[in-house]
Design a protein around this ligand. Sequence first.
Ligand SMILES: *Cc1c(COP(=O)(O)O)cnc(C)c1O
Length: 358
Amino acid sequence: MRVYNFSAGPSMLPLPVLEKVQANLIDYNGTGMSVMEMSHRSKPYQEINDKAESLLRELLRVPDNYDIIFVQGGGSTQFEAVPLNLTVNGKADYIVTGNFAKKAFKEAAKYTDARCVASSEDKNFTYIPRVKAEDFRKDADYVHICFNNTIYGSHYNYVPETGDIPLVADMSSSILSEEIDVSKFGVIYAGAQKNVGPAGVTIVIVRKDLQDRALPICPTMLKWKTQTEKKSLYNTPPCWSTYVAMEVFAYLKECGGVKAMHETDVAKAAMLYDFIDNSSFYTNNVAKEDRSIMNVPFVSPSPELDAKFVAEAAKAGLVSIKGHRLVGGMRASIYNAMPVEGVKALIEFMKKFEKENA
Ligand SMILES: *Cc1c(COP(=O)(O)O)cnc(C)c1O
């Protein structure tokens, strides 16, 4: 039996995609082999690689002056790839809105003069600071933000204005949940295992004019140009993960693309937040205007009840809803693949739990 899996990542994949992948598992399109067994230099894999790229480009309306690559290493490897690829003047400005943003900032400090321009740590990352173009150093090589804060459940409701300074965004937990104007960013990166596909593949969207600035010490494998020049096939790519991601892209397109996903995501999140806000038992502390539609943290009146909630929810088929250790309580990650029914089932369970424990 399938459960409603509220894990922050790896997380649910659309059932039709899992079924399609299952049907293709042993013999992919008459090749007599699985994609897991296939040379990345073979024609069928080249087609998968090309299709993944073109579908993602279409879904996110990525302009022609950007390359899209599929690489290994997760979002975390891009924390170091960003300063290694973009450092010219030796200065980078960071906005710290959560744990991943902080990790990225710390990593950058090894290679460049990284400055924290604004942080929401004063209020335990429950809001997104408002920054203006004047807040950044004029000679900063780039500005880095984490667009959706997976652990704390916050999200930028605006794109910071950085003037001529390239804006770099970690979109690991929000990519494909909303339409974005890619041209406002220099670089966008995202690990797949939240909203795209299996762990192992990481998407990097990088503007072409930003590919000649890598530091001499930048490892070949971390240099974006190494992969943009070879269309993600410089070395063995994460073939299987990229293949499944391609099937997810195809499925999203069939479902009406990112706009349709966003409408459903907003509706799912609104249902859950409305319920929490109208309850005197559950609380979400994130500033309303900065709330994530992907990750919804909440608490009950006590840590003991939180633990009981998590245990009983699992028995009811609502699994992996324990909050991150930095926040405690619960966190419902409701990415694209979480059906509306899953959110409804969660709310029904929350009502029942409140009645029994209030
Ligand atoms: C999960 C996550 C990461 C880390 O991703 P890995 O693939 O585990 O390295 C980075 N940033 C954000 C926003 C995330 O949600």
